[in-house]
Design a protein around this ligand. Structure first.
Ligand SMILES: [Ca+2]
Ligand SMILES: [Ca+2]
Length: 268
């Protein structure tokens, strides 16, 4: 009889390995994304950060070209609703989300996302720079930030942005009376700029001396290489579900017992 159970063991252990592979091989990890405000205390803040882990196909804007609705929903409104919709339509299997709330001087915010590193090794983000009419930060190339290698290892632990990387969407003309994050301004108002996306942070000086929604009096104070914003990444593996873990432990224990019995029988 013991001989028969020995014969079954490799098959059982093989099945367990297959089950475990099915759970763990999905290449899924929890990615904790931490946002850090770096700009000088009375300078720029940021609206919510919209982000996606993806396969490299979603491209929301191009330097030198007219901004379209998805990136305008970030640059002018801050809410990024059209950006996330367009992202999910381009690639339904992407992990798309938002870290809500303004990122003001001194702020640090974190959120964790479940990511399949095999399907979605690339990272894209976009956030409105405030105060502004239509400024934002974000990557132009969808393949600029490859977070994971083929084995699922994290390749990038942080992304930093300087003032020289601030974009003007070119969609809304500069107007302190129609800017977001300025007290007394009506952000919903807009005058079309009819321009194209381009780098711009000097225009922010036009807000100097105005009171922001956070209560501080704005001073641009930015030089091209001034750090303004940072994203950090950390991963934690997905724990094996308890029933499968117990099954595996049970089968391993059976294997140990069977090997001991076989050893005992052989010694006889
Ligand atoms: Ca692009
Ligand atoms: Ca503009």
């Amino acid at each position: 009889m013991p001989v028969r159970s020995h014969a079954c063991l490799p098959a059982l252990l093989g099945t367990t390995a297959f089950l475990l592979a099915g759970v763990a091989s999905a290449a899924q990890v929890n990615v904790t994304v931490t946002l850090r405000h770096l700009a000088p205390a009375n300078s720029v803040s940021f609206a919510a950060t919209h982000l996606g882990f993806h396969n490299g196909t979603f491209d929301a804007f191009n330097n030198g070209q007219v901004a379209t609705a998805p990136i305008i929903s970030v640059a002018e409104a801050g809410n990024g609703n059209a950006w996330r919709q367009a992202f999910s339509m381009t690639q339904p299997s992407a992990t798309v989300g938002t870290i809500a709330g303004q990122l003001r001087p001194g702020d640090v915010r974190s959120s964790t996302f479940l990511v399949d590193t095999a399907t979605n090794p690339f990272f894209t983000f976009a956030s409105m720079v405030i105060p502004s009419n239509d400024f934002f930060i974000g990557n132009d190339s969808p393949t600029q930030y490859r977070l994971f290698d083929d084995a699922g290892n994290l390749l990038i632990t942080s992304i930093s942005q300087t003032a020289s990387q601030i974009w003007d969407a070119g969609s809304e003309a500069f107007d302190t009376a129609a800017a977001a994050f300025i007290v007394g301004s009506v952000g919903a108002n807009r005058t079309p700029q009819n321009g194209v996306v381009g780098f711009n942070f000097s225009e922010l000086s036009g807000f100097n001396g105005l009171v922001t929604g956070a209560g501080y009096t704005f001073q641009n104070a930015l030089l091209a290489d001034t750090g303004i914003y940072q994203i950090e990444f950390a991963t934690t593996p997905i724990p094996i579900p308890a029933p499968i873990g117990l099954l595996a432990a049970g089968l391993v224990a059976m294997g140990v017992v069977a090997r001991r019995r076989a050893g005992t029988a052989g010694a006889r």
